[in-house]
Design a protein around this ligand. Structure first.
Ligand code: NAP
Length: 481
């Protein structure tokens, strides 16, 4: 901390773990950072513990914080998402001048961000909803940052955010995503994909454990090996760490003593809700969200176990080698599907809200700092570089070949899991999605027939234009609708 009277470059209000780490990241990059928290104890703690790391300007009140900044002001809000964010904005806005920028780095719902952006624009202010991924570690050492808001605000803010973001091959994991709520939408889909990715990894572990008869320690080794191939990613890397860890108290693998009830904070659910609104099938994310919900229904699970008994899986070491390779391929192919669906959702939202999202750039900024960082994302960027209007990631030449190559193994895994009674909703739904997309004819034709029968909802024909209705309760002739 210095005593100079120079104005601060940027401010952070909300100094819980994310805000204080982001402020430290900014200070370590040489920015003079004004810091504030509703209760001043957190501000004092930050200065006491980390004041020596850079140039901080502590403020007791928001008035002081605003007064300490150079103009146009840039104030990052890092408080609890929802009503607390609105409370801070309401207190802040009367203190600001046209051209100032309010950045919400919390996990806001993108619809809230759209509302806030519109309201602040009326007041001549810029509101930037910035998705920040990477948890507390990322906030401190370089997160993936997904800022929305106006292009003009990014001209001021971009260089600062890019400098504190994770860097991969010299490229910052931060780009102007698009107007208003685009940044928070993309962050939401990132989290949704994270749900799908984790579910698929968990299914792979379950199969190797229950069908392959492998111990968590052996499976940790498998994941360690996978992390040097196409599956290389942060999640695969930490899967090896978690599976390889022993509980110091009992001496058994930790994963065996962790309660099997997965919790959720809600961003996966948001992703699925928004996908339903947009009509985009994100089956991988939906299955992942539902799998977590199911795991938490302890009473129902107990009742079902009592009624049916648990599936008896006869592990066979003999098949383990083949199984490991098959599961690797099933995991990879299912992962391609999950990402293809997530990117479809971003494309649909971009069209709906006029965001003009650069999908390749989204893959670029997820390569570092965030939870789904992976080698794989380079391939996605290349796919969109080649064809920004790709109908689906699945049809890009690289992914098409990868999925085709994996198909036989993928089917063996799904069939084997179904026969053994090991639930693999992620693998199954990904395969069903792949088969549905490439089917010449879908039974949606029958669905349309049924809808026309009971509700006169009409149907279109394959052989000529127009809408038709069959007089089902009359002479069953066809009429133009
Ligand atoms: N934790 C993560 O890994 C992570 C990752 C990405 C994004 N995020 C998002 O980043 C934001 C901050 O997360 P966090 O975990 O650091 O903190 P948090 O636990 O979500 O929120 C605590 C902070 O919010 C402040 N706050 C709460 N209600 C307030 C109000 N009505 N007015 C003013 N301030 C209020 C608290 O101030 P007091 O100290 O005075 O109570 C404290 O600074 C959240 O939106 C979170 O979703 C978190």
């Amino acid at each position: 901390m210095t005593t100079s009277e120079a104005p601060a470059r940027i401010a952070v209000t909300g100094l819980a773990v994310m805000g204080s780490n982001l402020a430290r990241n900014l200070a370590r990059h040489g920015y003079r950072v004004a810091v504030h928290n509703r209760s001043s104890a957190r501000t004092k703690a930050l200065i006491e513990e980390h004041g020596h790391e850079g140039d901080f300007v502590p403020a007791e009140t928001l008035e002081e914080l605003v007064a300490s900044l150079q103009t146009p002001r840039q104030i990052i809000i890092m408080v609890k998402a929802g009503a607390p964010t609105d409370a801070v904005i309401d207190e802040l806005v009367p203190l600001l001048e046209p051209g100032d920028m309010v950045i919400d780095g919390g996990n806001a719902h993108y619809a809230d961000t759209r509302r806030r952006e519109a309201a602040l624009r009326e007041a001549g202010l810029h509101f930037v909803g910035a998705g920040i991924s990477g948890g507390e570690e990322g906030a401190l050492n370089g997160p993936s940052i997904m800022p929305g808001g106006s292009k003009e605000s990014y001209q001021h803010l971009g260089p600062v955010l890019e400098s504190i973001a994770a860097q991969v091959d010299g490229v910052p994991c931060c780009v102007h995503v698009g107007p208003d709520g685009a940044g928070h939408f993309v962050k939401m889909v990132h989290n949704g994909i994270e749900y799908a990715d984790m579910q698929l990894i968990a299914e792979a572990y379950d199969l190797l454990n229950r069908v392959g008869g492998m111990t968590p320690t052996q499976i940790a080794e498998v994941f360690r090996g996978w992390n040097s191939g196409d599956l290389e990613s942060y999640l695969v890397e930490i899967t090896a760490e978690v599976l390889g860890h022993f509980d110091p108290e009992t001496g058994v693998p930790l994963v065996d003593v962790i309660a099997d009830e997965a919790e959720q904070k809600g961003t996966g659910r948001w992703t699925v809700q928004e996908a339903l609104e947009l009509g985009v099938p994100v089956t991988g994310i939906a299955e992942a969200v539902f799998a977590r919900s199911l795991s938490g229904r302890v009473e129902q699970r107990k009742a079902a176990r009592e009624a049916f008994g648990s599936p008896e899986v006869l592990a066979s070491e003999r098949i383990a080698d083949q199984l490991v390779e098959d599961v690797r391929q099933a995991l990879y192919a299912s992962k391609v599907v999950a990402y293809a669906q997530g990117f479809d959702q971003m494309r649909a939202a971009s069209a709906e809200y006029g965001w003009d999202l650069d999908l390749g750039a989204m893959a670029t900024i997820w390569r570092g700092g965030c939870i789904i960082r992976a080698r794989f994302l380079d391939r996605i960027r290349e796919a969109y570089d080649k064809d920004p209007n790709l109908a689906s990631l699945l049809v890009d030449e690289y992914f098409r070949d990868a999925v085709r190559d994996a198909e036989a193994a993928w089917r063996r895994v799904v069939v084997g899991a179904v026969e053994a009674g090991v639930p693999v909703p992620g693998f199954v739904s990904a395969l069903a999605y792949y088969d549905a997309l490439r089917s010449e004819r879908l039974p949606a034709s029958l669905v349309q027939g049924l809808r026309d029968f009971f509700g006169a909802h009409t149907y279109r024909r394959t052989d000529r234009e127009g809408s038709f209705h069959t007089l089902w309760s009359g002479d069953r002739s066809q009429v133009d609708a």
